[in-house]
Design a protein around this ligand. Structure first.
Ligand code: ATP
Length: 432
């Protein structure tokens, strides 16, 4: 991996992709805000995820569940008992660490003393109380994954949509984990966004669907322009499996800090629906008309963090090279995910009005644009290269004569003269 995380963090801050949350108050650890370009990049990630899920299998539904969930639900899912990380404190400097992150045979990396507490299990869910009541019925948790709201709505979903097993339910939404040591920027956050898809199928069909989903999910990353050699599969060994999973394959990316999980695909069996049936007292089994018996569907899940994928795309696209004898930073995003598709650059300010007309025309077709009239044209190109804009459109003096503009390609730096009535078609063709 050629780039460093520090360079990515600096670029994200400098160009307004990502801000530390509540920066002016000293920031909130593991929590980030996304600026204009960050918002646009996230939107593109979500859009292509939806498109990829919809084209992998037919019968995909969507939902948007609540973030707060009752104690009983997280009890049934196993999260109150199992969703924890091992925690250790340094009694000297009071710092906390994930016990599996450090070597307890050695001194504290912060204060240099060796004064560890016993290892304790730390539950990562954020707990809160609804209203003014103090008993257990008022306890709620911020969801650590979006999936549970899909499981508990299973009956609602099948009775309000005309779907038959197999079908999938996809959801994009916030999740919260009280990570002991949030780190590596957007890799491990306390508030983040997930894109999850739960595929409900007959028990005997999981062997067919599991590899199909793994392949499709892996392909998704190449369609986003991520280099194939930076992606690999990691099937979990038995001892690595989460409490709900009978088999899991991670899609890993080679981050600047090593190969790490980007997405997990898990065969959750009938664990979730069985647990929620038992705990709620509502039968979540379905009736098989052919076999004339009831059964509990099995679930294959794919789960990826929007923010972790955001970081992946930044790392993969980050390039330093030389253009026209000058060093430049270039985000070599696929045009699909690039936050800004076209920058409109009038050569001089008094050509701005005519250039604006092109801006308005392209914007009316939903293209995300930037309009930049300040500085030399070379400087303006560099600014766009650094945020990954694939096309720079220059409106020059000749444009008024020949009704054409120059379009420069970010990666090859080749320039083409394109007639103004052909611009939209030219751009659309190259954005796919
Ligand atoms: P890890 O081993 O990295 O802690 P996990 O196995 O706990 O991850 P899952 O529960 O499988 O993660 O979550 C599914 C996906 O959600 C992950 O693959 C990742 O993309 C994303 N994700 C999980 N935790 C975080 C986090 N703290 N910050 C950002 N994204 C996260």
């Amino acid at each position: 991996m050629s780039t460093s995380l520090e360079k990515i963090v600096a670029l994200c801050k400098r160009r307004g992709f990502v801000y530390q949350s509540a920066d002016i108050y000293g920031g909130l650890n593991g929590v980030y805000d996304f600026g204009h370009l960050g918002f646009l990049l996230k939107q593109n990630i979500k859009r292509y995820w939806i498109q990829s899920i919809l084209t992998t299998q037919p019968n995909i539904l969507f939902m948007d569940g609540a973030i707060l969930g009752p104690h009983a639900m997280w009890e049934a899912s196993g999260h109150t008992q199992n969703f924890h990380d091992p925690l250790v404190d340094c009694t000297n400097c009071k710092r906390r660490f994930r016990a599996d992150d450090i070597d307890l045979a050695k001194v504290c990396p912060v204060c240099g003393k060796k004064a560890w507490t016993e290892i304790r299990q730390f539950n990562m869910m954020f707990k809160t109380n609804l209203g003014a009541v103090a008993d257990e019925s008022a306890i709620a948790y911020l969801r650590p994954e979006t999936a549970q709201s899909i499981y508990v709505n299973f009956k609602n979903i099948i009775s309000t949509n005309r779907v038959k097993i197999p079908f999938g339910v996809a959801q994009i939404g916030k999740a919260f984990r009280n990570e002991i040591t949030p780190k590596q920027f957007l890799f491990r956050m306390r508030e983040f966004e997930q894109m999850e898809m739960e595929w409900f199928c007959k028990p005997e069909e999981t062997d067919k669907y599991f590899p199909e989903w793994v392949n499709a999910r892996q392909e998704f990353y190449t369609t986003l322009g991520i280099k194939k050699e930076h992606i690999r599969l990691h099937p979990h060994a038995k001892e690595e499996l989460s409490h709900y999973s009978s088999r899991t394959t991670d899609i890993e990316y080679e981050f600047p800090f090593g190969w790490k999980e980007l997405e997990g695909i898990a065969d959750r069996g009938d664990f979730d629906l069985t647990q929620h049936s038992k705990h709620s007292g509502k039968d979540l089994a379905v009736y098989d008309d052919e076999a004339k018996k009831s059964y509990t569907p099995h679930i294959i899940e794919s789960s990826v963090g929007v923010d972790r994928l955001f970081l992946t795309l930044m790392c993969d696209a980050y390039t330093e090279d030389v253009a026209d004898g000058e060093e430049r930073i270039r985000l070599a995003f696929s045009p699909r995910v690039a936050p800004i598709k076209v920058a409109i650059l009038p050569l001089v300010k008094n050509l701005s009005d005519s250039a604006r007309k092109i801006y308005t025309h392209l914007a009316s077709h939903g293209l995300m644009l930037d309009f930049d009239e300040s500085g030399s044209i070379g400087k303006r190109y560099r600014r766009q290269d650094e945020i990954g804009t694939p096309f720079c459109l220059t409106y020059d003096f000749q444009s008024q004569e020949d009704n054409a503009v120059t379009i420069r390609d970010r990666d090859t730096m080749q320039q083409e003269r394109v007639s103004t009535d052909q611009i939209l078609e030219y751009i659309m063709r190259r954005l796919v």
